[in-house]
Design a protein around this ligand. Structure first.
Ligand code: HEC
Ligand code: HEC
Length: 278
């Protein structure tokens, strides 16, 4: 019953944070992350099967959601470890956070709709039917990862921790030189990643037809810079100075990539972030 004890201590910590939290910001619980694998078991039966399918879907989206993906990426290329890594947009705790109001949509959206946002943008594909086995499997996997996190409480490391604003205007020319030095041996000098003989990617592409589209969160300067700062070069997160992360992000986010039809409908009620690309 290891998982249960963890759950209990998390709830206690969560309540303490709720009581002592200084600001009106969402209460946070410390996340049991990074961890290699969740320490609770996958249940027997249909729910367990859905959890397993959900894990496959996020780690091998290319195969398991074939008809819905329009580029070369898997969810876990960005949601590292399949959604268990802090500051790499973890999935832990998300079922208890949604529905949320999203300025980009100008309305309250469900977790399913948020997942489909990444299908349309990050995977340059099309949305899963809301009641499909695939959608329910992704939800089951996220719920399984989120055991013990109280509903309505944000885990530490949700999203990707924002950095202070850059000291100097981000410089894509300097960013290109840094990219060639620090990133290109994996992602390729042309940013197209590296493939296995069967065409699958060993290292995912950062721009071009097989990468995320212009409407993706990763196409925004501040989001990309923070993701890179905390997670790249792969295995050496936190090693780049902030300005380098901004310069590199200002280079690769502005390289050619797929467009997003209908992007002009984003932020219908305002609230567009300063680093939006359109
Ligand atoms: C190219 C990188 C990338 C890929 C691939 C990607 N995402 Fe995301 N995802 C992001 C980023 C960046 C954010 C945060 C964006 C923001 O808040 O502006 C995000 C946010 C999310 C959120 C909301 C997280 C929160 O804390 O509210 C969910 C859910 C999500 N993604 C699910 C998925 C799923 C499922 C897939 C695969 C079908 C996927 N994503 C593929 C980059 C990606
Ligand atoms: C040692 C190889 C390696 C190096 C060096 C490296 N990356 Fe990555 N990068 C990866 C791998 C592998 C992934 C996918 C992780 C996964 O699927 O678990 C990734 C994912 C990414 C992603 C999200 C997926 C995508 O294609 O958009 C971005 C953005 C990224 N890297 C940017 C960078 C930048 C910028 C640098 C240089 C500062 C860099 N990386 C250096 C291996 C590397």
């Amino acid at each position: 019953m290891k998982g249960f004890n963890n759950a209990r201590s998390l709830i206690v910590t969560g309540l303490l944070l709720l009581v002592t939290g200084a600001s009106a910001a969402l209460a946070q619980v410390p996340q049991r992350m990074p961890f290699v694998e969740p320490d609770f078991e996958i249940p027997e039966g249909p729910v367990g099967a859905a959890v397993e399918l959900g894990e496959h879907l996020v780690k091998d989206t290319q195969l398991y959601a074939k008809g819905y993906v329009g580029n070369g990426l898997n969810c876990s290329n960005c949601h590292l470890g399949g959604g268990i890594t802090p500051n790499a947009m973890p999935y832990v705790g998300l079922p208890g956070m949604f529905p949320i109001y999203r300025p980009r949509s100008g309305r309250v959206i469900s977790l399913q709709e948020r997942i489909n946002g990444c299908f349309r943008r990050s995977l340059n594909g099309r949305p899963l039917p809301l009641d499909s086995p695939e959608m329910n499997a992704i939800l089951a996997y996220m719920a399984w990862l989120s055991q013990g996190v109280p509903a309505g409480v944000e885990v530490e490391g949700r999203g990707t921790r924002k950095m202070p604003p850059p000291r100097h205007a981000p410089d894509p020319v300097r960013g290109r030189a840094l990219f060639l030095d620090r990133c290109s041996h994996c992602h390729g000098e042309d940013g197209q990643g590296a493939r296995n003989a069967d065409g699958s990617y060993v290292f995912p592409p950062l721009w071009g037809d097989h990468s995320f589209n212009i409407g993706a969160g990763m196409a925004r300067l501040n989001t990309a810079a923070a993701f890179v700062k905390h997670n790249m070069p792969f295995g050496q997160g936190e090693s780049l100075p902030d300005q380098d992360a901004y310069d590199i992000a200002s280079f690769f986010t502005t390289q050619p990539r797929p467009d997003l039809p209908g992007k002009e409908k984003d932020w219908p009620l305002g609230g567009k972030p300063v680093d939006a690309r359109y």
